[in-house]
Ligand binder design. Sequence first.
Ligand code: PBG
Length: 327
Amino acid sequence: MKFQRFRHLRSDQSIRDSHSEVSLCPEDFIQPFFVVDGSGIRNPMPSLSNVFHLSVDELLKDVAYLQTLGVNKVLLFGAVEPHLYDDIGSYSSHEHNPVPLAVKTIKKHCPGVTVMTDICICGYTSHGHCGFVKGNAILNDESLKQLAQMALTHAQAGADYVAPSAMMDGQVLAIRHQLNLHGLKHVHIMAYAAKYASAFYGPFRNAVDSTPSFGDRRTYQMDPRNGSQAIEEVRADIEEGATAVMVKPGHTYLDILYRIHQEFPHSPLAVYHVSGEYMMIHHAVEAGALDLHPAIQEVFYSFKRAGANWIITYDSLRYWQHEGHSS
Ligand code: PBG
């Protein structure tokens, strides 16, 4: 039998490039940011290397720089002082919350940037859960109003996408309804549709102080043993009005990403390379076990191969900075 030859597809860089099935471009990337009150603040986060708590003025510098690299999408999280926490996370929709201020500022000074905001109350509640709490239970329907109100505040400030991540049933519908009611039909919803109860969110929770004070998130986030259910979660969110959907975490859920891409090829599909996945690589780099750039590039390729359109990563800026220097 005559054997097949493949090596001519790999003979040099230009041939390899010509035969590559996927590629990365800066427009695929979304950089998360953590916004705080005040000015002149750029505080490193001990749990998340190279990520900072930024006041709006400092944030604007980074967003403008990102834009020069071609990365034109950001995802904003608020981080506020514990004295602003309460049972229902009311500060999440407060007019002085740093997130709507950041949205306004970015849209004013960097109008070409697509601004997305995370919609969840866990960073604003005294108990650290993503919904209202009664006894040991996390209430679903009662929590929807606050999530919708938070989304409304961000949309009124000019957000292009609101991104509900609380994993409350019906959250997309409640938000869609509230936005439409206020003449904000044009504001998109990117649903964290398939969000798993993961051990890989630890560094993020330390960053925004959102670790639950009791129990865990397994009564609302998905069980890691389930794949088919993710399809139903995504289907429901699209029916409720989401125009983009997400799988989270990313590296440990490539099968889910692939299945959702196959099932819903027309909805932009985002993948979140979450804090724990990010830090695993960074610790390995610090220990001298891996080279950062090729390691994260390979992870990003795996996301694209599996069907992701958008990659949410804390490394967006550094990846494209490095690419810019090397090309
Ligand atoms: C809020 C939220 C979380 C993350 C994004 N939005 C934490 C959680 O669900 O506990 C995690 C992001 C990361 O780990 O990088 N609900």
